[in-house]
Design a protein around this ligand. Structure first.
Ligand SMILES: C[S@@+](CC[C@H](N)C(=O)[O-])C[C@H]1O[C@@H](n2cnc3c(N)ncnc32)[C@H](O)[C@@H]1O
Length: 201
């Protein structure tokens, strides 16, 4: 708990209404998908306590946040891109939080989640923090690009690409691994991805 405050000094999360005029265009937008939630998220969401609080980190326009909220969960949908999240304004069960995860801004330090969903986003300093903000029994569902993806296009910057087995190596000592996979795929677009689902026992 202390570690969160040291690495990510707590600032009051900005609400959409406070920041609607400060539109930021995401440089990751070309990798964002709209519409259908990822099959990995759909498959593992039922492991999260029914009706629990779920964090969708770097939620984009909310393809997961919206679907998760429709399943009866309470969703904190976090992104720095006001324009992207604006379509979720007023939706039931969705709390939009606009903040820059890479600029020392963080959620309330005492906030804990029954589930965390991260899809297509990587900022390595956040990875060890995620187990710390899971409630007992909480579930982490994470998927993003990994090394090798550069041959299909972006992201190709190593900062945005997981290493082989990286999520498994990081989370095995901290969480109970429920499922893990990595490798190339052709749909929805050719990419090399890594995915994990892990539980805080
Ligand atoms: C590839 S999109 C993925 C969106 C969503 N998770 C999905 O799978 O549809 C990456 C998202 O990360 C967000 N993002 C990038 N850097 C960020 C930062 N520093 N703080 C918060 N969000 C960030 C972008 O605004 C963008 O919405």
């Amino acid at each position: 708990m202390q570690r969160i405050q040291e690495q990510y000094p707590s600032e009051k999360p900005q609400r959409l209404v406070d920041t609607i005029d400060k539109v930021q265009i995401s440089d990751m937008k070309h990798q964002c998908l709209t519409g259908e939630p990822s099959p990995w998220v759909v498959k593992h969401l039922p492991l999260i306590r029914k009706g629990g609080r779920v964090l969708d980190l770097a939620c984009g326009s909310g393809r997961h946040a919206i679907w998760i909220a429709q399943q009866g969960y309470q969703v904190d949908a976090v992104d720095r891109d006001v324009q992207a999240v604006s379509g979720m304004v007023g939706m039931d069960n969705i709390n939009i939080i606009v903040l820059d995860l890479e600029a020392g801004e963080w959620l309330r330090p005492d906030q804990r989640y029954d589930g965390i969903v991260v899809s297509r986003y990587l900022y390595r300093p956040l990875l060890p923090i995620l187990p710390e903000i899971l409630n007992p029994g909480g579930v982490l569902i994470y998927e993003t690009f990994m090394e090798g993806n550069g041959r299909f296009g972006k992201p190709s910057n190593p900062d945005f690409l997981l290493l082989h087995d990286e999520l498994l190596a990081l989370y095995s000592p901290l969480l109970s691994i429920y499922a893990f996979e990595q490798g190339g795929e052709s749909k929805p677009k050719p990419a090399v991805m890594q995915r994990i689902c892990a539980k805080n026992l």
